[in-house]
Design a binder for this molecule. Structure first.
Ligand SMILES: NC(=O)c1ccc[n+]([C@@H]2O[C@H](COP(=O)([O-])OP(=O)(O)OC[C@H]3O[C@@H](n4cnc5c(N)ncnc54)[C@H](O)[C@@H]3O)[C@@H](O)[C@H]2O)c1
Length: 438
């Protein structure tokens, strides 16, 4: 590989993970370890400003290194500035909550580091606009963690549509019915931290709609709100203090005991900013502290004339993470079912019918198989200059759509999306390392 970048140690790219939580260490750290023989990345350092979390993460990661026979050493930091400016760190992985994306993004971009940034881009339009200015000025190479873009099933469906399986596509429907009441317990529950659930969760969906339509939304209209996880009088703030044993959202005994089980660091549990106890998952889902929605229907007009709809709910059954995508074209339709791992295609006006079943992918394989694929692409991206499948501009558009949909939901009016800031930066040709069709 003649264009392969020389890296500072053992020909592997040094990664610094900022935000040593569920995503940074529990998912990505773990996958970097288990895929270690296939890629050329290494974890050089991790950072968390929460001492207990940093210790848990260090312990967890060391156990992953041992399990996978990895002899690398990594450093631990409390301050993100120290990690990012460490010369051993070539790629900064931003896995803090999105209200803390802008700061590491700025420091990393100004230090000339490559960036992996988790979705959603940020928690507010202002933070996204600030990041766009930083991106324009410093031109960092940037890779975004929208997992559908890396999931084998979705990649296959996208290829089928691009190759004309349904003829010219016109309509797209994404249905996401997810049993994630924990959004009303952890930091996601407040807009100031997450930017709302249409940003936190549905940035994935908006990006997927853009990817499949090959376009971007110009108008958005939303209805919805909060119907189930509404504040309840007289409920204590924690499951452990609550007498309602019949509550379907009650956190089980095994979660409450994680903190005392020394051999199992509680990486699945989110630390919080405003409570002493780190186990914010235990907060009551009916707490008045939450201000996010629990369901929405969002209609979209795309720049290329296509129309789309997102149907989203986080309450209801305890079941799989259910997502379906339907694309209706001039000659047929395609239905992807994420949890059933199927793609059903009806093409050529009904003359062609097929049901594709994909074996071997599961949630346990990291976002339905996306995480290991993504880690290997990230390795190529950082070593060879290969473009990311999804970049900064895509993340900016997805969050902008989410914020405008939230506004529409509140005031009941249809919103036109204004991309003037993005267009200004495009004119200067400094979004060149980005993917997409804006
Ligand atoms: N791509 C995906 O499918 C996917 C999946 C899960 C989460 N995410 C995203 O990953 C990000 C993190 O989510 P999570 O579930 O891991 O949350 P988390 O709460 O488990 O972890 C975040 C960590 O960041 C730390 N942190 C907060 N402020 C910090 C600061 N100033 N300096 C250093 N560390 C700081 C916290 O202490 C915590 O340990 C979010 O943006 C989330 O939306 C993406």
């Amino acid at each position: 590989m003649s264009n392969t970048k020389k890296t500072s140690q053992g020909n592997r790219v040094g990664i610094g993970i900022v935000g040593a939580g569920a995503r940074g260490i529990g998912n990505l750290g773990k996958w970097i370890c288990s895929e270690y023989r296939k890629h050329r990345l290494r974890i050089a350092a991790i950072c968390d400003n929460h001492d207990l979390r940093l210790k848990d993460a260090e312990k967890f990661l060391k156990s992953q290194f041992k399990y996978n026979g990895i002899s690398d050493k990594f450093k631990t930091y409390n301050q993100m500035e120290d990690l990012i400016t460490d010369s051993d760190v070539e790629l900064v992985m931003i896995t803090t909550p999105q209200s803390v994306h802008e700061k590491p993004f700025k420091i990393a971009a100004e230090a000339g580091k490559m960036i992996y940034c988790e979705k959603p881009l940020a928690h507010s339009q202002k933070a996204c606009d600030n990041m766009l200015k930083i991106f324009r000025k410093n031109k960092p190479r940037c890779f975004i963690g929208f997992t559908r873009r890396y999931e084998p099933l979705w990649v296959r469906a996208h290829k089928m549509v691009s190759e004309g399986a349904v003829g010219q596509p016109h309509m797209v429907l994404l249905r996401s019915i997810i049993p994630y009441s924990f959004y009303f317990a952890g930091w996601w529950r407040q807009t100031t931290w997450s930017g709302g659930l249409l940003n936190e969760k549905c940035a994935h969906h908006f990006d997927t709609l853009n990817w499949f339509t090959g376009s971007y939304p110009v108008r958005v209209q939303a209805i919805g709100g909060r119907r189930v996880f509404v504040p309840r009088e007289g409920y204590p703030s924690r499951c452990s203090e609550c007498d309602d044993l019949s509550c379907p959202y009650r956190i089980g005994k095994e979660f409450l005991e994680y903190r005392v089980a020394d051999n199992v660091p509680p990486l699945r549990l989110s630390y919080d900013y405003d409570v002493d106890l780190p186990m914010s998952h235990e907060l009551c889902v009916y707490s008045p502290q939450a201000d996010v929605i629990d369901h929405a229907i969002v209609n979209l007009n795309f720049a290329n004339g296509m129309v789309g709809c997102l149907f989203f709910s986080v309450f209801g059954q305890h079941s799989d993470d259910q997502e379906t995508l339907e694309i209706i074209g001039e000659e047929g339709k395609l239905v992807l079912s994420r949890h059933a791992l199927t793609i059903e295609v009806i093409g050529k006006f009904g003359k062609e019918k097929a049901l594709h079943k994909y074996e071997g992918q599961a949630v346990s394989l990291g976002h339905f198989g996306a995480d290991p694929v993504m880690i290997n692409l990230l390795s190529k991206f950082s070593l060879t200059g290969q473009e990311p499948p999804v970049g900064f501009k895509d993340a900016y558009i997805a969050s902008k759509t989410a914020f405008m949909a939230e506004q529409s939901l509140v005031d009941g009016t249809t919103k036109n999306l204004d991309y003037s800031l993005l267009r200004a930066s495009n004119k200067k040709k400094n979004l060149s390392n980005d993917s997409g069709t804006f």
